[in-house]
Ligand binder design. Structure first.
Ligand code: ZN
Length: 150
């Protein structure tokens, strides 16, 4: 029988095995490291933001569980070409997706493929695995965001 959860599982397995945008980015305008001590996931995210506040390129390195790696891979795909404002909206949407109780309707269509990670809300110990990359990205933007020279 067709099960949507199996499809979601496949996307996560695929992104874990073949992470998109994996590796170091030369000359990033922003970067940060993230660590999830509950699971041992480590990430380093790199971004290049242009003078229109658009994310021109984003990459990540690190190691961790399948959820953390798949989430980072899916996040980089979702963020390339987006503005920092769009990032903030997606951050909120993603956070709600993975932390809301099942009966709160959240608009999964806006999040696109990121919706596959909604299943972690049933496993509270894995939520930090899924959100680590987002928090790391937010730190990268907020810490070095104002230090750009024109
Ligand atoms: Zn993890």
């Amino acid at each position: 029988m067709f099960d949507l959860k199996d499809l979601y599982q496949q996307v996560i397995v695929d992104h874990n095995k073949h992470p998109r945008n994996f590796g170091r980015l030369e000359d990033p305008s922003h970067e940060a490291e993230g660590y999830n001590p509950l699971c041992g996931d480590r990430l380093h995210v790199y971004l290049k933001v242009d003078d229109q506040d658009r994310i021109e390129d984003v990459r990540f390195e690190g190691e961790g569980c399948a959820i953390s790696m798949a989430s980072a891979s899916l996040m980089t795909e979702a963020l390339k070409g987006r503005t920092l404002e769009e990032f903030r909206a997606l951050f909120e949407g993603f956070h709600e997706l993975v932390t809301s109780s099942g009966d709160v309707a959240c608009d999964e269509t806006d999040l696109g493929k990121l919706a596959v990670l909604g299943g972690v809300r049933a496993f509270p110990s894995r939520i930090k695995c899924a959100t680590l990359c987002w928090h790391t990205m937010k730190n990268a933007i907020e810490r070095s965001g104002v230090a750009r020279t024109e």
